[in-house]
Design a binder for this molecule. Structure first.
Ligand code: GLY
Length: 341
């Protein structure tokens, strides 16, 4: 098949890589490859840490995609940070929130190890005054920028171009839309952009593993890179529009929470502050599969889990193209599609 993919973020490029592997003729179009949500993402592969009430299907999909990551990462030559994730609460209310998350994991059948303060410090000596938490041993992380670079090298430089449906259609059998938080017409109303501010620090303080924390009611995560002194602090979550610029309040809240959880971060330097939109959907599940437009397939709406879900979405899109199979929970036709052009 001759397939045109709109969008060279981690999802579009993973779809391209999978289709090329299966012998298809692929062209990727994006005016600025890898510059959307993939650029901001911390890279957590965190089905347990992201699990929440009412999102059982999403957790199941995230767990399936996690299983694909070792093979995917080794094909790309990108390391996976496998020291697990600590889930911690600072004050008594925060520890209660941790307990709520652990109850969700009990319902989902996901294992964890509940830890008291002393054991938490044993795993992460740099932690501050935390009240309690758990080890999520199977929640890992990767560097999404390294993943995108590796995918771009495999796929070939993404062609710069327009991303409207219809443009150049005559040269292809099929178009896959993977344009993140901004889908072209007539699909744009299927996505709600959810803004996230993210801070990258350079720190002399060693952080051994990802820490996801509740700190006086605020959620924050601290994700260390394996091969550098960078840690990624994330992320705000706001349904707001406007220019893609981090807010003072957002950055202040992230840093304030992060330094309560890992006090040594006070000595870190601020390397970068980034703001991008997550591609959310009405039910927080991705949109993967056919649309009402013949020959147009969506690979969209990965919301908070674009990095984690990329290899699974790639496989589902390729399977759909080859066999017509559709994962029913992700079928874009579950939503009424309105013309909005
Ligand atoms: N997966 C983390 C985030 O979206 O902030």
């Amino acid at each position: 098949m001759r397939v045109r993919i709109l969008g060279a973020g981690i999802v579009g490029l993973s779809v391209a890589d999978e289709l090329i592997r299966r012998g298809h003729d692929v062209m990727v179009i994006d005016p600025a490859p890898g510059s959307g949500a993939s650029y901001a993402a911390a890279g957590m592969l965190s089905p347990a840490g992201e699990a929440w009430y009412g999102e059982e299907s999403l957790t199941r999909l995230c767990l399936s995609s996690l299983e694909l990551w070792p093979g995917f990462a080794s094909r790309l030559g990108v390391p996976v940070h496998t020291r697990g994730t600590l889930l911690v609460g600072v004050d008594a209310g925060d520890v209660q929130q941790v307990e709520r998350q652990l109850a969700v994991l009990d319902l989902a059948g996901v294992s964890y190890e509940r830890l008291g303060r002393r054991d938490l410090l044993g795993h992460e000596p740099g932690l501050g005054r935390v009240g309690g938490g758990a080890l999520l041993a199977d929640d890992h992380s990767v560097d999404p920028r390294a993943v995108v670079a590796a995918l771009l090298a495999r796929v070939g430089d993404a062609r710069v171009g327009d991303t409207r449906v219809g443009e150049g259609d005559e040269a292809t059998d099929l178009t896959v839309i993977a344009t993140g938080a901004r889908l072209p017409a007539p699909f744009s109303s299927l996505i709600r952009p959810v803004r996230g501010d993210v801070v990258r620090l350079r720190t002399p303080e060693r952080v051994e593993r990802t820490v996801r924390a509740w700190a006086h009611g605020e959620q924050v995560y601290v994700v260390p890179r394996t091969d550098s002194d960078e840690v990624v602090i994330g992320a705000t979550s706001e349904e707001r529009d406007g220019p893609l610029l981090p807010t003072v309040e957002g950055v202040w809240r992230l840093l304030d929470s992060a330094r309560r959880v890992v006090p040594g971060l006070d000595r870190a330097s601020v390397a970068e502050v980034t703001s991008r939109d997550r591609p959310g959907t009405a039910d927080n599940l991705p949109l993967v599969g056919p649309t009402q437009e013949p020959g147009v397939v969506l690979a969209a709406g990965a919301y908070r889990n674009g990095v984690l879900l990329a290899p699974l979405i790639a496989r589902l899109v390729a399977d759909h193209i080859e066999t017509g199979a559709v994962e029913s929970a992700l079928d874009p036709r579950r939503f009424l599609m309105k013309e909005d052009g």
